[in-house]
Design a protein around this ligand. Structure first.
Ligand code: FAD
Ligand code: NAP
Ligand code: SF4
Length: 687
């Protein structure tokens, strides 16, 4: 019988070699565990938990078929028989829960970050410092053999199939696209020649592994770079892949070097599934839709519209391993939603760390963070319902403690409740919804509008065995703001006053402080009044200049940056490029969006008075006056730690986490992680 709420999501699907119980695919994601000591044991726990959570099919992070193809010198490679037993740990863990898992084979080509990288032609990628060697005839033959050997070993390790990575600008994509293929031999030039290598690899793998071994090809449907693929070519290539025995076509959007966001939080949900709908109508094999599909109703709508046969959720599976089971059992509100921030997953990979998840620090750390119920339930008070306090309260209650959560404001969320008001960060509301649901399910006593004092916490009647101070931060009041307040000048405001709607935005605004919040406030000021670009694909496509019919999806199209028309100045004292400390994978998007909308960015500024003519500044020894009618102060924060000091002085069993503990470089990743870790260790720390 069809599932009542999500009938398309929970319909079975026969892929040929086997049948899937539902349409949910965990998309490929590199975690970094592939390379660390004991990583396969941790990977087994990580994938096992997702299989237990009911996902139909798992695709592993990319594994290289040879040394040249490694993303970096120490990245994972599968080429030798002795490696099979490590991978078998992973496949056994997944099969133990009745799950299916395929291994992705990824050859990075010119994206390999080492001097021995290879590519169809000797053309350096703009995001790599190494220039690749051009593969000769022998090198191409060896690459084909290495792919085949890798697939054969994957089969031995118990994988149910392989996915061949042919998108995002990696080696096979580099062969197919004219942008990177300038060869004159039978692997370059005409379209038929350019697709020869991937087709040959598919044929050889199919012959070596047999028809009952699932073969997925990840094909780029929108390159989002100049001189990429033309849509007609993509159709022809998809048909050719079908003919040579590919069972399922997965989709890819954009090259890593393209300057259009494809998965960040400002990308509308399911923004690119029109691409899968278009290709699906041209072929018979099932098609997987990707990118920014993070909730069951979004996935259901994609499938119901006929845009795809399956949906791929990569980061959402980091955020909640039980995503599928929760959707299946009608517990959609319990899902810990991926907010597409990239902060703990992709950004950490780019920093050479193991990936995890901002909203779920247990992800990829399943074996490291204690997860056992407390032997003795404790009465715990948590002060502050920002990300740190919420995470700690929920985790402590889940592990069996009795928790009272105090919040001075009328609602939960703390500074995250400000973040969700930024156009492009609408997703953040889901995290607040998740915590709200958990508070109710776990029976946490929530006291809103209650700025709790030390006296109350220590009163004998409260009988708290531990107090956790998660009182967060308050915006820093710099002299410019203090002086304006003293003289009753409401033109100088703190960022929270603006975001909470206590003051109206001016028409010519100087934003002081260009950290994450300064950038967000500038975005808030510039957003079009009637819509957010993040909510509908049409506005987003127009803003970034994307059209399916254009070569590469972009060539010859003029992007139309849309905005409020306000004049915004973004200022900082440091003499360095603005925004260079923003997230590794998203900072460029914030910088580009503001630049496209004409924000004047100034570094090395010394602030003077705010006189009637405007804000006086000095820069490079020169004085200037900015003609502005409002100044928004985004000059960092200070810890709210007075309660902690008082409780400590009075000898209470007290802990401090999040911004209350340390305001410098605070973000929700650190706040939530500290909350979860403290709750998990609470029993031991109270011994
Ligand atoms: P807070 O969020 O400050 O929460 C503390 C809570 O404690 C508050 O609700 C306060 O009312 C309450 N409280 C204080 N004293 C008491 C008391 N005595 N009794 C009861 N309650 C009390 N971070 C990211 O990681 N990624 C982002 O993209 C991001 N974007 C942001 C955008 C904006 C516009 C802003 C303002 C912040 C953003 N942040 C972002 C930062 C993130 O929101 C903070 O790092 C995070 O909220 C800090 O969490 P916290 O729990 O330590 O403190
Ligand atoms: P921040 O990143 O530390 O930036 C504070 C800014 O204020 C800096 O540009 C600093 O630059 C300026 N400043 C500091 N003291 C000042 C003073 N006395 N007078 C004038 N200017 C001063 O902090 P934030 O922007 O408030 O953000 C807080 C945290 O939230 C950050 O750590 C960030 O990680 C997180 N956040 C993250 C995101 C995200 O997208 N990932 C978005 C928003 C917030 P100068 O000293 O050079 O002037
Ligand atoms: Fe999603 Fe952010 Fe978690 Fe990555 S860190 S999985 S983007 S919520």
């Amino acid at each position: 019988m069809a599932h009542q709420q999500f009938p398309h999501l929970f319909a079975k699907l026969n892929l040929g070699p086997f049948e899937l119980p539902n349409r949910v695919v965990m998309g490929s994601m590199h975690t970094g565990l592939e390379e660390v000591k004991g990583g396969h044991e941790r990977l087994a726990a990580y994938y096992g938990e997702r299989a237990k959570g009911g996902v139909g099919l798992i695709i592993t992070g990319g594994i290289s078929p040879n040394f040249a193809g490694r993303v970096s010198p120490f990245s994972a490679q599968l080429s030798w028989a002795w490696q099979v037993k490590h991978h078998a740990l992973v496949t056994e863990a997944v099969h133990a829960y009745g799950g299916k898992i395929v291994m992705q084979i990824l050859h990075a080509g010119r994206y390999a970050f080492h001097p021995l990288c290879v590519a169809p032609s000797r053309l350096k990628a703009p995001i790599n410092k190494f220039t690749p060697f051009s593969l000769g005839g022998f090198g191409i033959g060896k690459t084909i053999r290495d792919f085949t050997n890798c697939a054969r070993l994957a089969r031995k390790a118990g994988y149910d199939g392989v996915e061949i990575m042919g998108s995002e600008g990696y080696l096979l994509h580099q062969f197919v696209a004219p942008r990177t293929n300038r060869r004159k031999d039978e692997f370059g030039g005409s379209f038929v020649n350019r697709i020869r290598l991937p087709l040959e690899i598919v044929r050889k793998i199919r012959a070596a592994c047999g028809p009952d071994f699932l073969l997925i090809y990840r094909l780029s449907l929108l390159d989002l770079v100049e001189n990429g693929m033309q849509w007609e070519e993509t159709i022809q290539f998809a048909r050719a892949l079908e003919r040579v025995g590919v069972h399922v076509l997965n989709s890819g959007i954009g090259w890593h070097e393209s300057r259009i966001p494809t998965i960040a939080t400002m990308v509308p949900r399911a923004a690119f599934t029109e691409a899968t709908r278009r290709i699906r109508s041209e072929i018979k094999i099932p098609v997987i839709a990707v990118n920014r599909i993070n909730m069951p109703e979004v996935a259901e709508a994609v499938l119901a519209r006929g845009d795809a046969d399956l949906v791929s959720l990569a980061r959402p599976m980091l955020a909640d391993p039980e995503w599928t089971r929760k959707a299946w059992t009608g517990r959609r509100d319990e899902i810990n939603t991926c907010i597409a921030c990239n902060q703990a997953c992709l950004d950490q990979i780019f920093e050479g760390k193991v990936a995890t998840c901002l909203v779920n620090p247990r992800a990829a750390n399943e074996t490291l963070i204690p997860n056992t119920r407390a032997k003795k339930s404790r009465r715990v008070a948590v002060v502050g319902a920002g990300p740190a306090g919420l995470a700690c309260a929920v985790e402590a209650a889940r592990l069996g403690h009795s928790v009272t959560l105090y919040e001075g404001r009328s609602d939960i969320g703390g500074q995250f409740d400000l973040a969700r008001r930024i156009p492009g960060k609408e997703e953040f509301v889901e995290t607040i919804r998740y915590f709200r649901t958990q508070i109710s399910l776990l029976g946490i006593t929530l006291r809103l509008n209650h700025s709790v004092t030390a006296d109350e916490l220590l009163a004998p009647a409260s009988a708290f065995e531990a107090v956790i101070v998660a009182a967060g931060v308050r915006p820093r009041v710099i002299p410019l703001l203090a002086e304006a307040r003293a003289r009753g000048d409401s033109r100088v405001v703190a960022y929270d006053e603006l975001l909470l709607g206590k003051v109206k935005p001016g028409s010519r605004v100087a934003v002081i402080g260009a950290g994450g919040i300064g950038f967000d406030v500038a975005t808030f000021l510039l957003a079009p009044a009637d819509h957010s670009l993040s909510l509908t694909p049409a506005g987003f496509f127009k803003h970034w200049g994307i059209r399916y019919e254009a070569r590469g999806g972009v060539e010859g199209i003029k992007p139309e940056a849309q905005g409020s028309g306000r004049k915004v100045y973004l200022l900082q004292r440091k003499d360095e490029k603005l925004g260079i400390r923003l997230g590794k994978t998203t900072g460029w998007i914030h910088r580009k969006m503001l630049a496209d909308q004409g924000v004047t960015m100034m570094a090395g500024v010394t602030y003077g008075a705010y006189a009637s003519a405007g804000l006086e500044i000095t820069r490079g020894g020169k004085s200037d006056v900015l003609d502005v009618d409002q100044i928004v102060i985004c000059a960092g924060q200070e810890s709210e730690n007075r309660l902690f000091s008082e409780l400590t002085a009075r000898g209470a069993p007290v802990f401090i986490i999040g911004g209350a503990a340390e305001a410098g470089e605070l973000d929700a990743k650190r706040a939530i992680s500290q909350g979860v870790h403290l709750a998990a260790e609470l029993e031991n720390r109270l011994k």
